[in-house]
Ligand binder design. Sequence first.
Ligand code: SAM
Ligand code: SF4
Length: 332
Amino acid sequence: MAALPLTDSFGRVHDNLRVSVTDRCNIRCFYCMPETDVHFVERREILDFEEIERFVRIAVGLGIRKLRVTGGEPLVRRDLPTLIQRLCAIPGIQDLALTTNGVLLPKLAEPLYRAGLRRINVHLDTLDRQRFLQITRRDEIDKVLEGLALCRQLGYSKIKINAVAVKNLVEPDIVPLARFARENGFEVRYIEFMPLDAQSLWDRSKVLLADDIVAMLSREISPLVPVPDPDPRAPASEYQFADGVGRIGLIASVSRPFCLNCNRLRLTADGHLRYCLFAIEEDNVKTLLRSGAPDDEIAALIRRNVAGKWIGHEINSTRFVAPPRPMYSIGG
Ligand code: SAM
Ligand code: SF4
């Protein structure tokens, strides 16, 4: 008999899991990590491939169908293609994607493709070397661009570019990024800056709002027309350029929260389960995985986590409390 779907107390069915495979990273985006003295968990605290695969199999048994591998920077995890191959082989996974900063793609895009990966989001906020350096505190833009070109050549499908929208910083990049994407068949997803940085730099005035981005692109390139979404639970609102060339996505977590449609769960690299990016509480899966607990017990913990999910984050309320983990430690 098929298991009941993973449903929370508000009726939201969960079929989407994000698995972070490391909290380490080879660059230092200011809206995610501190510049120095980053606190990483010890290697023995990070789930190994057997543990990740087992957890995913159990979650698939409960109805998870979409998987995204993330981090930290997932490409710094040793032997990542082996893990991808193992995850691809799990019956029931209908969609496997990866989010990366792209720096190691020149080396790994091909092994990952051979391992079965087809969908990739590459994080790139700007085409300007100086601003890239200012944002990431590393001079690695050439490798990201090379990696993107290689992914295209290899035949990855629907390559997306993740760009974080920070006000008074990336306005000059919004249009060039969209033009670059249109020329190369990529889709940019502009993500409103969220209060998940490690240095408490966020405040509302630093968020470049989705509506302002739409206005800018419509004025400078071609009007944007909303596209009916085949998956209304996806976080991005999709728009098509009226001239027919390309689309963009907007992840308006701050100005238009989409919590009511949320179908996502997150497993951190150190084995904690979170029902929301902004969750304050989480469940320790690693202890169960490492103490010989049977699959049923782990499945019950997943169900409990989902059952306890809140209605949504409260970024727009005075009650908002930022989560104790910054973005790199949760897995974006
Ligand atoms: N290192 C990979 C990367 O940068 O794509 C994967 C992990 S990163 C935490 C996942 C995504 O989170 C990034 O693509 C970036 O767009 C987004 N991100 C990071 N910090 C953010 C913040 N404070 N607000 C909004 N998006 C953020
Ligand atoms: Fe690293 Fe990604 Fe965080 Fe940037 S957003 S510091 S690339 S984990």
